[in-house]
Design a protein around this ligand. Sequence first.
Ligand SMILES: Nc1ncnc2c1ncn2[C@@H]1O[C@H](COP(=O)(O)OP(=O)(O)OP(=O)(O)O)[C@@H](O)[C@H]1O
Ligand SMILES: [Mg+2]
Length: 402
Amino acid sequence: MKNIVLLGGGPEQVDAIKISKELGYHTIVLDSNEFAIGRKLSNKFIQCDITNPSEVLKHIENLNVNGLMVHAIELSHVVAEVSEKLGLPNISKNTAINTTDKLKRLEILKKNHIPCPEFSSATNLTEAKKIAKNIGFPVVIKPVDNAGSRGVIQIKNPEKMEQYFNESLTFCKNKKEIIIEEYLTGPQVSTETVVYQNKCYTTGFSDRNYSNLKKYEPYFIEDGGDMPSNLPIETQKEAIRIAEKTIKTLGINFGAAKGDILIHNNIPYILEMASRTSGGRFASHQVPAATGVNILSSLLKMSVSDPIDVEEFKPKFYRGSSQRYILPPPGKIVSVTGVEEARKIEGVIDIILSDDLKQGNTITNMKNHTNRKGVIITAGETRNDATEKAVRARDLINVKMR
Ligand SMILES: Nc1ncnc2c1ncn2[C@@H]1O[C@H](COP(=O)(O)OP(=O)(O)OP(=O)(O)O)[C@@H](O)[C@H]1O
Ligand SMILES: [Mg+2]
């Protein structure tokens, strides 16, 4: 039996842990939280700081590990560093860093003429204002090294920069530095690609739903997405071509790559390309519902050097699939009702509620994706059918606030 180490045992990682067990791997789960929900599903659980490569290595180096993986957490640099030390398949540490640090990534994109927003970076307000003036308002500011839309804010004028620069700075993890980007407009898509034996297989392509863009300004709150894409087929092909070119340019030669692409003036701009699987149940639920392809299974096998068949990346069917989020207004939760009725709607695949969506808990202003409180995933004959079901299910769930 092969031994696989999975970083993280939270609610999103449960999907990967379950598949790993189904594939027959001895599944070792690491998490800093001793009560992590994935603990009871694992074959072995180790409590440690998974953001620290030396800690992870110390705990697993004598366990005869055949593979190491992380699902839906921005930790590809940890996986890369530990894999390198243990001689396990993965991308290089350098590539992992270049695809996690947003500034390094933009610099590489620009150097290689891949369409991306105009950008620069600042460590103080004066610098930030100067850069924004050069780029031209509105701009977007974001921490160099965070994810989940934390600290990503639209800035319309210099006064707003004063108001929000320090807020964005609080979300910097290791480096107190803010990127200032040109604000681009247009439809947005999520992509997911697996790189196997140096070939790209883009298995996920979904239209992101930003119909709430105005409502949550200056923050960017995505309310799910829909498959298949409604974009013209030529635009989709071009977006995939640019995504795969970006993956090669960044040196992602193994495993998952998740892209955020914005189509501005008919050109696909890369907002993000990360060397990991996406969060938000895209890989584990939405893409499987639309096409029958579940890359988690392929990625787990690749991690322990088991062979895979590239047929695994081919759609088994073409259906509609949608996701919508529960986005309660700020306040104190009085009650949450309607969840069971919503589950009964035909086509509802899953409804996953955040642990803190409970009576008595306080909901803060919607500022980033960690504030979303639950997700509904549906499948339908067509995209419209799936979307209608997701919206109907979401509307049935009533979060009463005080
Ligand atoms: N330059 C830009 N122009 C327009 N919109 C942008 C720009 N940069 C970011 N956004 C919006 O903000 C969202 C989050 O930005 P980004 O992807 O850089 O952050 P993230 O922390 O990786 O968040 P996510 O989890 O949403 O991917 C984007 O998906 C997009 O909707
Ligand atoms: Mg992003």
